[in-house]
Write a protein that binds this ligand. Structure first.
Ligand code: ATP
Ligand SMILES: Nc1nc2c(ncn2[C@@H]2O[C@H](COP(=O)(O)O)[C@@H](O)[C@H]2O)c(=O)[nH]1
Length: 216
């Protein structure tokens, strides 16, 4: 539980999940949040090949299918899914540790994983769906990123329509046109969610003390 030294009120950590079609900008937004120390990034395991710019342990833990299945079967994954033909999953232990310390955990996962986490930890989950301003811009971003082969980009664009239909399952939606504005919106969501009454620990005792306070 994190504690505000000025009061006796602390708060439970929350799980902030960002999902989007590939290229809409959720990784950029989650990384910005983590760089500001506003949360701890959940580093997934994946069977996808590493992109040129990616670093093992920082962007993902890159593992083979056999290892992935072994982790899944040992129940070491909080959630998992097959996305764009590869397996992805969230290691359970770091999530439990981070939440117990009262920090927020930031997830960049797809809608299938979001459903699983929401089902397991309904009180702690806040979900944000990131949309691109247009399909044309989505394609342009994937091409400008220049990290995936043309056939991979084509597959991701084909899946984008199915993924975008899931926006209705999310608590918030950000249309990521201007990156700075989108980031401000994300921070506003996190700030408001942190202040929710149910997430504040010790609030009743604090208010009781407040009411019992005598004025001289
Ligand atoms: N608002 C924005 N305007 C212009 N470019 C952006 C914006 N947001 C992100 N980008 C760029 O678009 C590209 C895709 O962004 P990013 O990698 O964050 O997408 P993603 O949703 O995480 O995709 P994936 O699911 O494939 O990992 C990156 O090159 C990023 O720098
Ligand atoms: N259900 C999960 N989805 C995940 C996880 N980690 C990433 N993802 C999603 O996969 C796609 C593709 O990611 P990319 O890095 O290959 O572009 C994207 O939608 C991610 O959000 C996970 O642990 N579980």
């Amino acid at each position: 539980m994190s504690q505000d030294p000025k009061s006796q009120v602390g708060r439970r950590g929350l799980i902030l999940i960002l999902s989007s079609p590939s290229g809409a900008g959720k990784t950029t937004l989650t990384r910005s949040l983590v760089e500001e120390r506003a949360g701890v990034l959940s580093v997934s395991v994946t069977t996808r090949p590493k992109r040129p710019s990616e670093i093992e342990g920082r962007h993902y833990h890159f593992i083979d299918v056999e290892e992935f299945k072994a982790m899944r079967d040992r129940d070491e994954l909080l959630e998992w899914a097959e996305v764009h033909g590869n397996f992805y999953g969230t290691p359970r232990k770091p999530v439990e540790k981070t939440l117990a310390s009262g920090q927020d955990m930031v997830f960049d996962i797809d809608y299938q994983g979001t459903r699983q986490v929401r089902q397991k930890l309904p009180d702690d989950v806040v979900t944000v769906f990131v949309l691109p301003p247009s399909f044309k811009e989505l394609k342009a971003r994937l091409e400008r990123r220049a990290e995936d082969a043309p056939d991979v980009i084509a597959k991701r664009l084909a899946n984008a329509r199915i993924e975008m239909e899931r926006w209705v399952e999310y608590d918030y939606v950000i249309v990521n046109e201007d990156l700075d504005r989108s980031f401000q919106s994300l921070k506003a969501i996190q700030t408001a969610e942190r202040l929710k009454r149910d997430r504040l620990v010790g609030l009743s005792d604090f208010v009781e003390g407040l009411l019992a306070e005598k004025l001289d």
